[in-house]
Structures are given as structure tokens and as C-alpha cells.
Write a protein that binds this ligand. Structure first.
Ligand code: BTN
Length: 266
């Protein structure tokens, strides 16, 4: 990773601090330690390799050296952040839009809440965490983008892909990082002011890959759902709206709920 190529982020005050590391356990963990040690402001931690990359629902996140973007944005100014799941959706939107401006096409789409997919396979995952101590809290947005891998292990092949495999160019990672972080911080500022996802709703819906599709809902604790539903969109808090067979609309919060297509991942 070329630190020089990321310096516009601090020069333009998109972030206050930039850390470019060779190896960490997890960039989210580094962000957590910084917050505990009293850091104030907005920082970005990027690492070439993560030895203990973490995914949603307690899963591991494979983070090999050189081929991916493993980064966390940390923001301690959370007073006006009403709803953390909303931030996660904005992160997915920022990634999809940044990848689309790189390719010049609308090929990157969002699988609610925040997986970014290209041609039906996952290219990016996002893990947002909130840590609180006393009255203060910090939001940590961990973003993993498969950038230039040319293959995936057998067990991931059907579900995971990279920007290179789908778009055909080995992307300049620093360009993607700059694009994503610039957009995301703009969106977070707008979200803090308006307290709603209204400003991003149309763009989110136009890139939402499961909008209008049949989806299967499941949860780790095995709740029973009347599957399948039709995903009709999101509300201003970022919840998923689904319609059941009788036409009744239900609101689904992210968190512990998984959504997949009737025939597979999307
Ligand atoms: C998912 O399960 O889809 C979320 C994956 C999030 C991975 C990123 S990589 C950077 C940051 N550090 C982590 O340990 N996880 C997130």
C-alpha cells in the first residue's frame, strides 16, 4: 500500500489521522484500542494483512496480504448518530458507488443490508461496531473489499469474488480507498444533520440487488419465518421492508437476521 497515494485524505481533512500498517490482527481491533486510549476525531486504519479478520455473526474474514482492502474508519463524534445500522447501509452504498465509478458501469450492487456484490457474488463485507464508555461512544466501520484475488478456495468460490475477477482490471487499491472514504464521510455528515437515510434512499434503492426479489429470512436462534417474502425496499432507518404472501408488509432490522435469495446467496 502506497501511503503517499492516500495523503489527500488527511490533506483535504476527510479524516484527521491515517494509519497504514503491514500486519494487524483486525483493523477494527486497532480502532477499538485507539478509542480506548482516548483518540478523538476521525481516523482511518488500513492494513496489508489481517491475522484475525472478523466478519458479521462471529465469522472469520479471510484477509490475505496484498490483494484486498482491509480498513476501518473510526469516528468519535457520534452525538448526532441516531442509528448505527443506518451507517452500515451508507458504507455499502459508498463502496458500491466507488466501485462503479472505477469500472464506469453500474455492476456493483448492494445486498441488504450491506454486502456489496458483483454479478451475484460478494466482493465486500462490512462490520460496524459501536463501543461505549460512560456517556461517550465511538463508531467503527470495518470494510473488507476483495480487490485483486485471482481465485478463491473451493468453499467460497460460488459466493465470493474480487473486483479483478469481475471487472477485469487489477484496481489501484488507494484509489478505491480514497473514493470510498470520501463518499462515506460525506454521507455520515449528512446523516448526522438529517437523522434519516432519506437523502440516500433513491440511490440505495437503485443499487439494491434484492429489491423486488423473493428472499428467505433466517436468524441464528432459529426463529420461524413465513418464507419466502418479497423485499420491497428499505425505510428511512435502514430496515428492510418485506411483503408476505398475504401482502402484509413487515419491517426487518439488520443485526441477527440473514437474508438470502430463493435460489442462493442473492
Ligand atoms: C462480513 O461478514 O461480511 C463483514 C466483513 C468485514 C471485514 C472487514 S476487513 C476490515 C475490518 N476488520 C475486520 O476484522 N473486519 C472488517
Amino acid at each position: 500500500m502506497d501511503r503517499e497515494k492516500l495523503k489527500s485524505l488527511t490533506e483535504n481533512s476527510v479524516i484527521d489521522k491515517l494509519y497504514v500498517e503491514e500486519e494487524v490482527t483486525s483493523t477494527n481491533d486497532v480502532a477499538k484500542s485507539m478509542s480506548r486510549e482516548g483518540f478523538k476525531g476521525r481516523a482511518l486504519i488500513v492494513s496489508e494483512l489481517q491475522t484475525k479478520g472478523r466478519g458479521r455473526l462471529g465469522r472469520n474474514w479471510s484477509s490475505p496480504a496484498g490483494t484486498g482492502i482491509w480498513m476501518s474508519l473510526l469516528d468519535t463524534d457520534t452525538e448526532n448518530l441516531v442509528n448505527i445500522p443506518g451507517i452500515t447501509l451508507l458504507a455499502g452504498l459508498a463502496v458500491a458507488e466507488a466501485l462503479n465509478s472505477l469500472s464506469g458501469e453500474e455492476c456493483a450492487r448492494i445486498k441488504w443490508p450491506n454486502d456489496v456484490v458483483i454479478n451475484g457474488k460478494k466482493v465486500c463485507g462490512i462490520l460496524t461496531e459501536l463501543i461505549s464508555s460512560g456517556t461517550e461512544s465511538t463508531v467503527i466501520i470495518g470494510i473488507g473489499i476483495n480487490a485483486s484475488m485471482d481465485e478463491f478456495p473451493e468453499e467460497l468460490k460460488d459466493k465470493a469474488t474480487s473486483v479483478f475477477l469481475e471487472i477485469g482490471q487489477k484496481p489501484e487499491r488507494e484509489k478505491i480507498i480514497t473514493g470510498v472514504v470520501t463518499k462515506l464521510t460525506e454521507y455520515i455528515s449528512a446523516y448526522k444533520i438529517t437523522g434519516s437515510l432519506g437523502f440516500a434512499m433513491d440511490r440505495y434503492h437503485s443499487l439494491m440487488v434484492n429489491k423486488g426479489k423473493e428472499v428467505i429470512l433466517s436468524s441464528a436462534n432459529g426463529d420461524f419465518y413465513d418464507n419466502p417474502y418479497i423485499a420491497t425496499g428499505i425505510d428511512e432507518e435502514g430496515n428492510l421492508l418485506v411483503e408476505d404472501k398475504s401482502g402484509t408488509v413487515h419491517t426487518v432490522q439488520s443485526g441477527e437476521i440473514s437474508v438470502r435469495g430463493v435460489l442462493g446467496y442473492v
